[in-house]
Design a protein around this ligand. Sequence first.
Ligand SMILES: Cc1cc2nc3c(=O)[nH]c(=O)nc-3n(C[C@H](O)[C@H](O)[C@H](O)COP(=O)(O)O)c2cc1C
Length: 148
Amino acid sequence: MKILYISISGNTRSFVQKLTTYAKERNAENPAAPLIEGKEIHENSDFEPETADYFAFVPTYLEGGNGIDNGDVEILTNVLGEYMDYENNYQRCLGIVGSGNKNFNHQYCLTAKQYAEKFAVPILDDYELRGTPADVERIYHTLVNAAK
Ligand SMILES: Cc1cc2nc3c(=O)[nH]c(=O)nc-3n(C[C@H](O)[C@H](O)[C@H](O)COP(=O)(O)O)c2cc1C
């Protein structure tokens, strides 16, 4: 299973690494358990058409707004959305996992929700910051089910 993600301060990268390790452990016990391959998108990424299905992991960086009734501006993560737009790459996206910080109240994981709406793909789950071991376990199984 492939994961496309962006990570500005390293939390999403760390979470995807933990998922990759968890998948390897499951796969060692049971060869039918899918492995995970992460692909980080960043400002200097070469854009290319995605030829296999993937999940998008989307952290939240917003400036302004309250998440309810006034404008908020996506900052820093925009290149992931542009990549998903490129050559209709979003059509290969099986679902989005959002991350953020609950201190942001109504703006918690709002970018993931905005991408889900824009690209008409489901939000599968969310977690805070680097996630907990329980998040890793739950989200791995969520991806396995969604990839079927
Ligand atoms: C400037 C800034 C703005 C942020 N805005 C939001 C926000 O609107 N909603 C939210 O849920 N989290 C927000 N966060 C928290 C990040 O989404 C969270 O720390 C996330 O784990 C960062 O992922 P990364 O380390 O992979 O970049 C913000 C963090 C920063 C530094």
